[in-house]
Design a protein. Structure first.
Length: 131
């Protein structure tokens, strides 16, 4: 457990923070910025796309997002596969398009959306459509 002791603003995007580890009484200080990193991602639940025992054709995915100054990289898994397949990237230039390229049959699918930040803005996913 770490307790923050003091925060000193240096400018609008930089702070110094002093802290103490409550368990060991060790103390320290660090520089903290407000810039976002682009390493975040969101994994969806596993979607059941076929309500019968038969698999169904899967064509592509549409991502509806706000603040598309960054981008959303889309990966997918079909029927519980162990690794992710790359589908493509949505950005401001193609955000109205459907990412096509799956062209396989499946009973279930799961998506991983990699959120790339631009400045202080990360894409905000509002809707996912599976075709």
């Amino acid at each position: 457990i770490v307790g923050v002791k003091a925060i000193l603003p240096v400018d609008r995007s930089q702070f110094y923070v002093s802290y103490e580890n409550i368990n060991t009484a060790a103390v320290g200080a660090d520089s903290v910025g407000t810039a976002l990193t682009g390493d975040g991602y969101v994994e969806t639940q596993q979607y059941e796309i076929s309500l019968t025992d038969k698999s169904r054709p899967l064509r592509g995915v549409e991502i509806v997002a706000d603040d598309m100054e960054g981008s959303v990289g889309v990966r997918y898994k079909l029927d519980g596969a162990s690794s992710w397949s790359i589908l493509g990237t949505i950005s401001s230039g193609n955000q109205d398009d459907i990412l096509r390229g799956i062209d396989q049959r499946a009973k279930t699918t799961q998506l991983r959306c990699l959120l790339a930040v631009s400045g202080y803005n990360s894409p905000k996913i509002r809707k996912i459509r599976i075709y």
